[in-house]
Ligand binder design. Structure first.
Ligand SMILES: Cc1ncc(C[n+]2csc(CCOP(=O)(O)OP(=O)(O)O)c2C)c(N)n1
Length: 326
C-alpha cells in the first residue's frame, strides 16, 4: 500500500530527525558512529513496521530507534551519559535503543544482532502473534558466522524475520569488493532458498515498498527475506576514530553528498507533490526539537554509583550502606 500524505511527512520527519540528531552530536559532544547518508534505508524500512514489531540495530545505533519512532530527549541524554538517558546514561552511543518501541538491542558486536532477531522471530512464532522482527546490519557483518547460521535457521523454520542490510560499501576501511567473493549481499539469499532483494537505499519510498512486501510475506507465515539497501556513509566510520589511511576518494564522497542525499531526494519528491511548505515546517520543528533535547541532556544529572548498582541486574542488589559503594 502506498504511503499517504501524513505517512510521507512522517517518513521525512524521521529522516530529518536522524540527520539533525547526529549533527547535534557532532556540534556538542563528538562521539559515536553516524548514519548520515543512510537515513533513507533506515526510515524506509521502519515505516513498513508497526510499533509492536521488533528491531535489532548495530554499533551505528542512532538511526534505528529514531527511525522506529523513539522519543528524542532520552536518546540525546543517553549520548551525553546522563541519568535521564534511555539506558540511564550507562549504555552510550553504541547501545542507544528503546524497548518501548520494539528495539530489542543495539550492540557494538558486529553480527551480534542476527541471533537476537532470529530468536525474536522464533518467539513470535511460538506465541502465535503476527509481529515481525527486523534485523539491521552492515555489509561487513555478513561475513560473520552468525549471519549464515541465523538465516538458515529462519529459512527452515519459516520465521517472520526481515534481514535488512545497510550496504554502505565499507566495513571501516575495507570495501565490499575487497571482502566479498561477489559484492551483492542479497544474492546470498539463494543459498537459503529465500527471496533476496536489492533496493536503492537512497530512495526511501522504494525501500518502504520492498520492506512492506517482506513484512507481508513474514506475517503470512512464509518466512524470512533478505533485503540489501545500497546506501552510502557520508562521514567517517566513527567521529571519534582517526582513520589513518585513505580508502575512498574525495570525488566519491562528494558525488554521493551532492547527488545521492536521501533527504534532498525525498524533499524534491515532496515538492513535486505540493508538500514543500510542510517539509520546510518539519525541518524547522526538528531543529527546535534538537535544541530542546541538547538542553535537556545538559541539564540532566550524571548517574552515580547507586544508579550503576541498581541497574546492573534485573533484580537489583541492595548493598549495605557501609559497603563502600555509595
Ligand atoms: C565481532 C566484532 N568484530 C570487529 C569489530 C570492530 N568493528 C566495529 S564496526 C566494524 C565494521 C562493521 O562494518 P559493517 O558491518 O559494514 O557496518 P558499518 O560500520 O559499515 O555500518 C568492525 C570491524 C566489532 N565491533 N565486533
Amino acid at each position: 500500500m502506498p504511503l499517504d500524505r501524513v505517512q510521507q511527512l512522517e517518513l521525512f520527519t524521521r529522516m530529518v530527525r536522524i540527520r539533525k540528531f547526529e549533527e547535534a552530536i557532532i556540534a556538542h559532544n563528538p562521539v559515536g558512529h553516524l548514519s548520515i547518508g543512510q537515513e533513507g534505508a533506515i526510515v524506509g524500512a521502519c515505516m513498513a513496521l508497526r510499533e509492536e514489531d521488533y528491531v535489532t540495530g548495530t554499533h551505528r545505533s542512532h538511526g534505528h530507534p529514531i527511525g522506529k519512532g523513539a522519543d528524542i530527549l532520552p536518546l540525546m541524554a543517553e549520548i551525553f551519559g546522563k541519568q535521564t538517558g534511555i539506558c540511564k546514561g550507562l549504555g552510550g552511543s553504541m547501545h542507544l535503543t528503546d524497548t518501548s518501541k520494539g528495539l530489542i538491542c543495539e550492540s557494538a558486536i558486529v553480527g551480534g544482532g542476527f541471533p537476537l532477531a532470529t530468536g525474536a522471530g522464533l518467539s513470535i512464532k511460538v506465541r502465535k502473534t503476527d509481529q515481525v522482527s527486523l534485523c539491521f546490519f552492515g555489509d561487513g557483518a555478513t561475513n560473520q558466522g552468525t549471519f549464515h547460521e541465523s538465516i538458515n535457521m529462519a529459512a527452515i523454520w519459516k520465521l517472520p524475520v526481515i534481514y535488512f542490510c545497510e550496504n554502505n560499501g565499507y566495513a571501516v576501511t575495507t570495501s565490499v569488493e575487497k571482502s566479498h567473493g561477489q559484492p551483492d549481499i542479497a544474492r546470498r539469499a539463494d543459498g537459503y532458498g529465500i527471496p533476496g532483494i536489492i533496493v536503492d537505499g537512497q530512495d526511501a519510498e522504494a525501500v518502504y515498498e520492498v520492506t512492506q512486501t517482506a513484512v507481508n510475506r513474514a506475517r503470512a507465515g512464509e518466512g524470512p527475506t533478505l533485503i540489501e539497501a545500497k546506501t552510502y556513509r557520508f562521514d567517517e566510520h566513527s567521529n571519534r576514530l582517526a582513520i589513518p589511511i585513505r580508502y575512498r576518494s574525495d570525488e566519491e564522497i562528494s558525488h554521493h553528498r551532492t547527488n545521492r542525499d536521501p533527504i534532498i531526494l525525498y524533499r524534491d519528491i515532496l515538492d513535486e507533490r505540493g508538500l514543500l511548505a510542510e517539509a520546510q515546517a518539519v525541518e524547522v520543528a526538528v531543529t527546535q526539537l534538537m535544541e530542546e533535547a541538547v538542553q535537556f541532556a545538559k541539564d540532566s544529572r550524571e548517574p552515580d554509583m547507586q544508579d550503576l548498582i541498581d541497574n546492573m541486574y534485573s533484580n537489583p542488589i541492595h548493598f549495605p550502606a557501609d559497603a563502600g559503594f555509595a
